[in-house]
Design a protein around this ligand. Structure first.
Ligand SMILES: Cc1cc2nc3c(=O)[nH]c(=O)nc-3n(C[C@H](O)[C@H](O)[C@H](O)COP(=O)(O)O)c2cc1C
Length: 375
């Protein structure tokens, strides 16, 4: 009996299994609107058996997008195409989540497959190109290269606007039918910029001490939790460590996770990194120790992510209580059917997770004698 493939509940939401598609920017939206690319890209993960499909970093304000082609949820018109995706995911047995985000000083960056802002005038019109001056805790550029712009520092009114924008987007996410929200506080984006001494040089009550640096993410969380239905779980993605000697450390994350839990957060999606100068020891499951440390230290469910994909290893992480969910990003792009395959690898012989339209895969596998068929 696989624990990875057993159902699990967070508040009123029951997931069919503990596999999750991690949020992945597609740089394929126009004016923040989801389109057929997002529908197909996300839909295939539901067909492939994932328990929860998390939509990409979705800007709560236009200037909070990483690029002009990110999804957005800053106006009501953006709800309908997202609702269509949510309905499809639900129809295929997957839960739907959306990552609400503000990129801060890492906003207005070029699309990753382009060479800077090299769009022609015709492309700019066709792609709904936009560029702008980002905002941040402090007027310090993320890195001196062609991808980044020196931001302006948010004043108190600007900070209030950020909180209000997260709230308004959360209300729209509810209208779109999402089962869960993930607040993006990782990867060196705005909320992470406030947390980290590498980016936060403020001298007011949003900077300086750890308590002050945590203030914005806690205020956003409280405000979102207040409007997000009580039966729906709320997640937060953290960069558990900046991997930098002068940055945010795992011990800070444990303290923050306790505070988030006290404010009604149901699980921590445990990532890391996002600032320049980090020394990251990449390797299979390299962030799992963080998921484990937060789970133990703050007594809160965690999601492990990062170079995972070996079925037995994923099962062992869940079985041994190092994390509660396994999230895949690139592994899901590589094999959108990862759950149905991993489940077989773990010895499950039925085909119940496959959509009925794919019944003939079972027939093929039986002909090939691939596994014991009990029925
Ligand atoms: C194409 C792509 C887009 C991503 N976009 C986001 C995003 O929108 N929000 C986020 O928190 N992380 C994003 N990430 C990071 C992933 O969610 C994930 O944490 C990371 O890729 C490590 O998992 P993996 O080894 O399974 O790919 C992205 C990763 C990829 C590959």
């Amino acid at each position: 009996m696989s624990k990875l493939f057993s159902p699990v509940s967070l508040r009123g939401l029951t997931l069919r299994n503990r596999t999750v598609v991690a949020p992945m920017c597609q740089y394929s939206a126009q004016d923040g609107f989801a389109n057929d690319w997002h529908f197909v890209h996300l839909g295939r993960f539901a067909l492939g058996g994932f328990g929860l499909v998390m939509l990409e970093a979705t800007g709560v304000v236009p200037e909070g997008r990483i690029s002009y082609a990110d999804l957005g949820l800053w106006k009501d018109e953006q709800i309908a195409p997202l609702a269509r995706i949510v309905d499809f995911l639900h129809g295929q047995g997957a839960a739907a989540g959306i990552q609400l985000a503000h990129a801060g000083r890492k906003a207005s960056t070029p699309l990753p497959w382009r060479n800077g802002f090299d769009e022609t005038e015709a492309e700019k019109t066709a792609l709904h190109f936009e560029s702008w001056t980002p905002v941040a805790p402090s007027a310090e550029i993320h890195a001196e290269n062609k991808n980044f712009t020196t931001p302006t520092a948010l004043d108190k009114a600007g900070i209030r606007n950020v909180i209000d924008a997260f709230v308004a987007a959360a209300i729209r996410a509810e209208k779109a039918g999402f089962d869960t929200i993930e607040i993006h506080a990782a990867h060196g984006y705005l909320l992470n910029q406030f947390l980290s001494p590498l980016a936060n040089k403020r001298t007011d009550d949003y900077g300086g001490s750890r308590e002050n640096r945590m203030r914005l993410v806690l205020e956003v969380t409280e405000a979102v939790r207040a409007v997000w239905p009580a039966h729906k779980p709320l997640l937060v993605r953290l960069s558990a460590s900046d991997w930098h000697p002068e940055g945010w450390q795992i011990e800070d994350s444990v303290v923050l996770a306790r505070e988030l839990k006290a404010r009604g957060v149901d699980a921590i999606d445990t990532s890391s990194g996002g600032f320049e100068g980090a020394a990251i020891p990449l390797g299979a499951g390299y962030q799992v120790p963080f998921a484990e440390a937060i789970r133990e230290g703050a007594d809160i469910p965690t999601m492990a992510v990062g170079l995972l994909g070996d079925a037995a290893e994923a099962e062992a992480i869940i079985e041994s209580g190092r994390a509660d969910f396994i999230a895949l990003a690139r592994g899901a792009l590589d094999d959108p059917n990862w759950p149905v395959h991993a489940r077989h690898e773990l010895g499950v012989t039925d085909y119940d997770l496959w959509p009925k339209q794919t019944n003939r895969v079972r027939e093929r596998d039986r002909s090939l004698g691939l596994r014991a068929f009990t029925r």
